[in-house]
Design a protein around this ligand. Structure first.
Ligand code: ZN
Length: 471
């Protein structure tokens, strides 16, 4: 509760960067955090996860999650550990995916802290994970499911609803009515023509709009992903090589499976064995099957993944495939940027043979092995050893789950009135500036690119509403 009648927003993350999404809305009645993500990427960003939140967690009443990506939900266990006791509200598929992703994240952090402790390479005497699996379970206890499209009344003056936005399973943007004004939080906006999801819904009204800008300065390739993928698979198959696709286990991996199955069904590629090797892969695919209303993959096709694609869970099996299975095949394995995970075991085996192809399908952040391959590096260091890059390195940039500039513009073109202010968030600064200029030129909308921890007064809840059309 606050003594002030002001409604304010505070950008606690994803301001001038694409990770750590945390938008705090302070109102006279309550404080609401929209998204609660981890900072990821280079070390100075990751260090921000260890700082105290600049607002007391116990004074936050609700967290609303737009979707389950780690950069939107990955800070939740830490928030709860630091004193947050309210409800965390999200759609049912987001809840299932967030549980999977958070437990995995905690597991990896615990492993890493333990490894650093044993090897003594941390500058801390007793390296600790940011949070443990037990912390995740405390956060899960505060989860509250909410169907999309229904208003959730938080008080006499505040209500919100989720609207589907493509991107990943369960993802939504948030429309919030607050003392008669509408605030819209875009979350991450999906593609117009996604393999998995119907086109994103669009907001019709917004007095204030927080808008992502990941690809605010570029357009995705127009060549259909299916055609590019078919060419890459066939080339590799003709060389009798193995095709290794580093991929995030949730979302991207399922999209690849759909495309590969479609290519096989239409005889555009031969019936090559496909392996999905990641501990989360099977569960993530199962969650897709559990929520048929949330995507456009027919039931039979979802079922067919479990018949046609070999889901590898145990590490023993990974080594078995690498040692004993020399047939041409497609392996999808995490992590997507080659920063760790099982994909490295395959990479060590496949990278030295010119018949094999390594296919990069997503954004490769600075400082990762994926970025090094993208930049044409001649060698890669893995598990303390150098490996020559001899395999073919190919890229497929059409599989992004994020709207490009044209699609972002399309999304806001549904607004029937000029918003009072648009805040451009969730983009590197080049992308955010380019997008900010673009919407001023195209629509004449005023936009602001907030900086990290900047607090902005939206309006005074005691003052009468401006007449429609004047804002
Ligand atoms: Zn996302």
């Amino acid at each position: 509760m606050s003594n002030s009648s002001l409604v304010k927003i505070n950008f606690l993350g994803a301001a001038g960067t694409v990770t750590g999404s945390k938008h705090l809305l302070q109102t006279p009645e309550m404080n609401i955090l929209v998204d609660c993500g981890l900072f990821q990427g280079l070390k100075p960003l990751r260090n921000l996860n260890w700082e105290h939140l600049s607002f007391p967690p116990e004074a936050i009443n609700y967290v609303i999650l737009t979707h389950a990506h780690l950069d939107h939900c990955g800070y939740l266990p830490k928030l709860v550990k630091s004193g947050f006791k309210g409800s965390i509200i999200m759609t049912p598929p987001t809840a299932d995916l967030a549980k999977l992703i958070l437990l995995d994240s905690a597991g990896l952090q615990e492993e890493e802290a333990e490894y650093a402790r044993r090897k003594g390479y941390s500058k801390h005497e007793n390296p600790q994970p940011l949070y443990t699996q037990e912390d995740v379970h405390h956060a899960l206890g505060l989860f509250q499911y909410q169907e999309d499209n229904e208003w959730v009344v938080l008080s006499d003056n505040i209500r919100f609803r989720f609207k589907r936005v493509g991107h990943i399973l369960g993802a939504c943007f948030v429309e919030m009515d607050c003392y008669g004004r509408r605030i819209v939080f875009s979350g991450d906006i999906g593609r117009q023509a996604s393999v998995l999801f119907p086109p994103p819904l669009r907001p019709e009204y917004a007095d204030f709009l927080l808008m992502e800008s990941t690809y605010g300065n570029r357009l995705h390739s127009k060549v259909p992903a299916l055609d590019q993928l078919a060419e890459i698979i066939n080339e590799c198959y003709q060389r009798k090589g193995n095709l290794l696709i580093p991929s995030f286990a949730v979302g991207r991996a399922q999209e690849l499976m759909v495309l590969i199955e479609q290519l096989k069904r239409t005889d555009k590629i031969p019936d090559i064995p496909v392996y999905l090797d990641t501990p989360m892969g099977e569960e993530a695919t199962e969650i897709l099957r559990k929520f048929p209303d949330w995507h456009k993959i027919p039931r039979t096709e979802c079922d067919s993944f479990f018949v046609n694609i070999r889901m590898v869970k145990k590490l023993d099996e990974t080594f078995n495939i690498i040692e004993h299975n020399k047939q041409p095949k497609i392996v999808i394995a995490a992590s997507g940027m080659l920063t760790g995970g099982r994909v490295l075991h395959y990479l060590k085996e496949y990278i030295g043979n010119e018949h094999n192809t390594i296919l990069l399908v997503g954004y490769q952040a600075e400082g990762t092995r994926g970025r090094a391959l993208h930049a044409g590096s001649h060698e890669l260091k893995m598990h303390g050893q150098y490996f020559n890059v001899v395999a073919q390195i190919r890229e497929l940039d059409t599989l992004s789950a994020h709207a490009d500039q044209g699609e972002l513009l399309n999304w806001i073109s549904g607004l029937k009135q000029k918003p009072e202010r648009i805040f451009i968030v969730h983009g590197e600064s080049d992308a955010a500036y380019a997008f900010s200029n673009k919407i001023r030129d195209v629509f004449g909308f005023n936009s602001i690119i907030p900086s990290l921890k900047q607090e902005v007064i939206l309006f005074d809840s005691n003052k009468p509403l401006p007449s429609p059309g004047l804002s």
